[in-house]
Design a protein around this ligand. Structure first.
Ligand SMILES: Cc1ncc(COP(=O)(O)O)c(C=O)c1O
Length: 387
């Protein structure tokens, strides 16, 4: 008997319902084709949407920053870990987002779990989309505010909940801009109008829209022309930007308040110089490379059209995220394994990342996929649709 005997049945229960997760080992950079567990496979499961993590200018910036500043920040930002690389990156982000200021966190997860408890607490209400990312959900939990979940992208339901909840001190609406597992875009113009009408704050998580949507890749708020509408914009540097980190862009007082209150900002070490310099260089590439966004859109369209022609059912995504819903987690993992034997890596996404009964393959394309790689992927799906 051991105090840890409970671990075995706990783990067995996960395995039994097809929800066991395993780490795979990638032995190459995240380009269109990767070396995975000993095989070369086309990668349809990366958030490196624009291929910037291997862009030569981004790599050079990271190497030079390491040579100048070393490998680690060596302190939290409020002590000794705040270099000029942060200052440059944050003013670059604020300019890109059209806000007064921006603040970088060590991850998108840290940004969300830090900002929400600063914006809302006991006596406040958070209204959250049913399909929001786990980091937003965890931020809501940490805040100790009351929560109401509105049906996915349902602004009628959001309006009802807002109209029924006037007794709270403050209200905060939180939504993904581009939903991470469904690839659809939140109806931000309507949400923004409701926020103004009901005097609620609005936080948009643009992890998957930044770099991809809007003028010069500025994101979902720009996509809808909503700059200047007092939206607090969160984003990551880990997806289209190809580095690591998260940020909040908003007005200067909010940023100052976060510097003083956000626990995930205060109680952690700053990001490595290489990461900050890479993100900064990537922002320049994003701004000046519309052809990357064009490639991304055209690869997504080509793959989507081909899969639909082959008889696969995809959710109606408008972005580079193409969800092929299979329902049962075991069906999703079997198809993922079969695809792997055909030379394509398309990860199965299962609860709790998605609601029960909606396990899926989350296919994502990259701007830097070649036409041949997209064709290889289509042929693999074609082979499997015949069996
Ligand atoms: C919508 C959304 N928000 C936040 C995050 C967290 O970002 P990061 O990976 O930078 O911690 C993710 C990434 O998984 C995401 O998909």
């Amino acid at each position: 008997m051991s105090r840890y005997d409970w671990l075995d049945p706990e783990f067995a229960a996960i395995e039994q319902v097809g929800l066991r997760r395993r780490l795979r080992t990638v032995m190459s950079a995240p380009t269109g084709t990767i070396h995975l567990d000993g095989h070369d496979v086309v990668l349809l499961g990366s958030n490196n949407y624009l291929g910037l993590s291997t862009h030569p200018e981004v790599i050079t910036a990271a190497v030079e920053a390491t040579q100048t500043f070393g490998t680690g920040a060596s302190g939290s930002r409020l002590i000794s870990g705040n270099s000029e690389l942060y200052t440059t990156l944050e003013s670059n982000l604020a300019k890109t987002k059209g806000t007064e200021a921006a603040l970088v966190f060590s991850s998108g997860y840290a940004a969300n779990t830090s900002v929400i408890p600063v914006l809302a607490g006991e006596g406040d209400l958070i209204l959250s989309d049913a399909l929001n990312h786990a980091s937003l959900i965890d931020g809501c939990r940490l805040s100790r505010a009351s929560k109401k979940i509105y049906q996915h992208c349902d602004t009628g339901h959001l309006r009802t909940l807002l109209s029924e909840s006037t007794a709270f001190r403050r209200r905060l609406i939180v939504t993904d801009g581009v939903f991470s597992m469904d690839g659809d875009i939140a109806p931000l113009p309507d949400i923004c109008d409701l926020a103004a009408q009901y005097d609620a704050m609005l936080l948009v998580d643009d992890a998957h829209g930044f770099g991809v949507l809007g003028k010069d890749g500025r994101g979902t708020v720009s996509h809808f022309g909503l700059e200047g509408k007092e939206i607090i914009q969160m984003g990551t540097l880990s997806k289209a930007v190809g580095a690591l980190g998260g940020y909040i862009a908003g007005n200067r007082t909010l940023i100052e308040l976060l510097i003083n209150r956000a626990r995930g900002f205060i109680f952690t070490t700053g990001l490595p110089p290489a990461t900050l310099a890479a993100a900064n260089a990537a922002l320049d590439v994003i701004r000046s490379s519309p052809e990357l966004r064009q490639n991304l859109r055209s690869h997504a369209k080509r793959l989507k059209t081909a899969l639909i022609d082959l008889g696969y059912t995809l959710l109606p995504s408008e972005t580079q995220i193409l969800p092929l819903v299979l329902g049962n987690p075991k069906r999703a993992t079997s198809l993922a394994e079969a695809l792997l034997t055909e030379g394509v890596f398309a990860p199965a996404i299962r609860p709790p990342a998605v609601p029960t009964g909606t396990s899926r393959l989350r296919l994502t394309v990259m701007a830097t996929h070649t036409g041949t790689e997209i064709q290889q992927a289509i042929e693999a799906f074609a082979t499997l649709s015949e069996v």
